[in-house]
Design a protein around this ligand. Structure first.
Ligand code: PXP
Length: 273
């Protein structure tokens, strides 16, 4: 089933793409079926997620091919398929035909996507992938740093969208380095304006978090400033945000009370039965 994405202008705030990779990581830790990232994706849509984002990595460390197939069948929201620029991935995406694709760099040893895609350095390859994916009906975005040269290259490659990498800002925010946060924010604003000037749709993501990270603990930094998510979401050019790790982490923190209550109730009930 295909969905026409909610228009950015319908809401005047950035759309939220929820990245579900970390639920798959949790499931894979025990090699079973639970927790199921596809069930989580359905719940996320019910809760208001505008887009479901996932990264099918070459090593299949979290999301797997069967998850993608099930998502395509069951999830009633646009899918944003993150993938490396390889023939294997482009061929797979041509068959799955997700509404959105985000091309990302990928290195086997990295813990998460570290830098932006070097579009300039492999323009012909990226251009070919963009053309194939557009022909398959997917809207393509390129995940790049807020670097004018890479933004120009993204436009030359024929991508209609760019997702600017907010990882450096997120890291500076966690480190409570306000000068670095401001410098990154300026760089991102310039990048967004540059991309919009070229007619590109502008997204952002990576590492974004809320300030309220749970009960105050002496070993956690006391983060009371504007959240990194809000710093980016406030920028009027940001049409979509893609958030995963901190959102799933927050779900654990805010959902734990209910989970403990449910298990306690089950334990008490079991002897009454
Ligand atoms: N956008 C892209 C292109 C990504 O690769 C990722 C991580 O998979 C994200 C956004 C989400 O990053 P995080 O999990 O740090 O919120």
């Amino acid at each position: 089933m295909s969905f026409s994405p909610l228009q950015w202008t319908d809401t005047h705030s950035a759309l939220l793409g929820v990245n579900i990779d970390h639920v798959a990581t949790l499931r894979n830790a025990r090699g079973g079926l639970y927790p199921d990232p596809v069930a989580l994706a359905a719940l996320a849509v019910e809760a208001g997620a505008d887009i479901i984002t996932f990264h099918l990595r070459e090593d299949r460390r979290h999301i797997r091919d069967a998850d993608v197939e099930r998502m395509k069948e069951h999830i009633r929201a646009p899918l944003n398929f993150e993938a490396a620029v390889t023939d294997e991935m482009v061929t797979l995406i041509e068959r799955i035909r997700p509404e959105h694709v985000c091309l990302v760099p990928e290195r086997r040893q990295e813990i998460t996507t570290e830098g932006g895609l070097d579009v300039r350095g492999q323009l012909a390859r990226v251009k070919d992938a963009c053309a194939r994916l557009a022909a398959a009906g997917s809207r393509v975005s390129l995940f790049i740093g807020a670097d004018p040269e890479q933004i120009d290259a993204a436009a030359e490659a024929g991508a209609p969208c760019v997702e600017l990498h907010t990882g450096p800002l997120a890291n500076a925010w966690w480190a409570q380095d306000d000068a670095a946060v401001q410098a990154e924010l300026t760089r991102l604003k310039q990048g967004l304006a540059h991309a919009r000037g070229l007619g590109l749709r502008t997204h952002a993501g990576h590492g974004l978090a809320l300030s309220d990270t749970g009960p105050a603990m002496p070993w956690m930094p006391t983060v009371q400033r504007t959240s990194s998510a809000a710093l980016i979401a406030a920028l009027p050019e940001v049409m979509e945000l893609h958030i995963g790790h901190a959102l799933i982490g927050h779900a654990v923190m805010v959902g734990l009370r209910q989970a403990i209550g449910d298990f306690k109730a089950e334990i008490v009930r079991s002897r009454r039965a």
